[in-house]
Design a protein around this ligand. Structure first.
Ligand code: GLN
Length: 255
């Protein structure tokens, strides 16, 4: 795929060190039934954004950013899960990240990220706040990671033609990491899987971008991008850049 979209990254050793520092084994805390937490749920990973990765992206020339006066406004669904890490990564890439907890906060956004967390809790909280309907009507690009991917499938919000299998790699295997071959010409993508789903059924319009053991784990259909893993937990920003490029393309079509 997309060697023009996923660029090479150097400095693998530093990335590796940062990644180890940031990865937590307790990432995916399942909420017991009836124990709803507030919109700013606390099931987030204890991860702080890396100042060095921010520095690296200041005025990053490899992004080929057009001379736009306003940054892209990207919403990050913030009812549960690790939304802060997505927001930090988006800000590091020059976007404005907006935490979304109410339907009206979707207005004026260029795109939306639905983070990882726990998909049953997501669905329950989205229904509670009327966000499920609002997200169904949202017409801009959406990027779902892990639980965020699950809620976009045909059995949930039905925003793309695919079906997932939850906890597909085995519930006992809480998390693992692997190098994903995305394209021969680019450095593999280091991917963190935490009680991850895989894509079980892929509709004809869906483009599979990466697989683990023959199971799709990174894919897109039109404006919808989905990842079974957690690109926000590594120092590799390429999947977010891919999404921002998608958003940029969609915005230029719109204007
Ligand atoms: N296992 C979770 C679910 O089924 C997803 C895990 C994650 O987002 N890290 O919702």
């Amino acid at each position: 795929m997309s060697h023009h979209l996923l660029r090479r990254l150097g400095d693998g050793a530093r990335r590796e060190a940062l990644r180890r520092e940031r990865l937590s084994p307790d990432a995916d805390v399942e909420l017991p039934a009836g124990s709803e937490r507030g919109p700013a749920g606390s099931e987030t990973l204890p991860i702080t954004p890396s100042p060095s990765s921010k520095r690296r992206h200041e005025g990053c020339p490899s992004l080929d950013l057009p001379a736009v006066s306003e940054p892209l406004r990207i919403g990050v669904l913030a009812v549960q899960g690790n939304f802060r890490e997505h927001a930090a990564m988006l800000r590091g890439l020059g976007a404005e990240a907006v935490e979304v907890r109410k339907p009206e906060q979707l207005e004026g956004l260029d795109g939306l990220v639905i983070p990882g967390g726990e998909s049953t809790a997501f669905m329950r909280l989205m229904r509670l706040y009327g966000l499920d309907e609002a997200i169904r009507k949202f017409e801009r690009p959406i990027f779902g990671t892990c639980a965020g991917m699950i809620v976009l499938d045909e059995e949930h919000l039905r925003l793309a033609h695919f079906r997932v299998r939850r906890n597909a790699f085995g519930r006992q295997v809480a998390s693992f990491e692997t190098d994903l071959a995305v394209d021969e010409s680019v450095e593999p993508l280091r991917a963190v899987f935490i009680r991850a789903p895989w894509i079980e059924e892929v509709g004809p319009e869906m483009e599979v971008l990466a697989e683990v053991d023959g199971r799709p784990v990174l894919a897109r259909e039109g404006r919808i991008l989905v990842a079974a893993f957690h690109p926000e937990l590594t120092d590799d920003t390429r999947v977010h850049e891919l999404f921002l490029n998608q958003v940029r393309e969609a915005s230029s079509v719109r204007t």
